[in-house]
Ligand binder design. Sequence first.
Ligand SMILES: CC(C)(COP(=O)(O)OP(=O)(O)OC[C@H]1O[C@@H](n2cnc3c(N)ncnc32)[C@H](O)[C@@H]1OP(=O)(O)O)[C@@H](O)C(=O)NCCC(=O)NCCS
Length: 271
Amino acid sequence: MTDGDRTVADTTAWWATGVTRIAPGEIGYRGYAVQDLIAESDFVSTIWLLTRGELPDATTRRLLDAVLVASADHGPQAPSIASARMAITCGVGVNSAVANGVNVLGDTHGGAGQQCVALLQRLVAAEREGRDIDELAIDAVADHRARGAFVPGFGHRFHPRDPRRDPILALVERAVAGGELEGAALRAGLALERALAARGRPIPMNIDGISAIVYAELGVEPELARGLFVLSRSVGILAHAWEEAGTGRRIKGPLPPPLLADYTGPQARPL
Ligand SMILES: CC(C)(COP(=O)(O)OP(=O)(O)OC[C@H]1O[C@@H](n2cnc3c(N)ncnc32)[C@H](O)[C@@H]1OP(=O)(O)O)[C@@H](O)C(=O)NCCC(=O)NCCS
């Protein structure tokens, strides 16, 4: 091997990838020709293929589709949507407006799903070591309370019962009953819900909680689960930014004029 060969090999290895193969006239996703995927597959399956390496089976595809649909939008009062709508009125392009929305999907707004997958994984691992799942859930709730923390994936500011919970839960339960999913994350999620309700008032799982059950059952890593949520919410962010762009409004701020934010600083004073 000459030094020149070695330099080329080092350079191509620098960007080595198992995701896509690109050559003149050739595009392959994880080994499948893009022409075949176009003809035979669909977008949800392609998301799974690219991020996880294999095409999903029918149950995985159905569940992933369900959580992606359910997370796509939650209206302009969600800060991610509001910030994208404000951004597009400032003269930036649609890419920047969408990035603006995605950028505020942080630990507090949009991060509960990732945190809940991690919590479910911990409970499932401890149950496998012989612990009782209800006792584990009671301990987890107590631990969060002691830290003054909310249990991620449960409760909702607007919805006494999140309308996205029941239909996705029904899909998971059917898949568990059919032996297509193990059911350990489902058991853990329901045990947390029981433990949270023990004080008398139900605190049902929300979209992040039920999505976390799906992702944990499917073996998706917590951080990738957040990435998939971001993909889904990007659809709503784009739709809202595009609608706002269509209004022709310029420089939309957080308050409709003539409202102004309260001033709490010192009284006017001479300089
Ligand atoms: C969304 C959230 C902020 C709503 O909280 P909230 O407005 O206080 O909800 P409620 O008024 O219905 O709460 C009623 C009671 O349940 C408690 N509670 C609500 N959600 C809880 C949770 N996830 N874990 C523990 N306790 C919770 C509240 O502390 C309150 O207790 P209190 O009566 O002793 O004060 C809260 O549920 C939360 O942070 N959940 C976890 C994060 C999450 O999943 N976010 C994604 C939402 S889609």
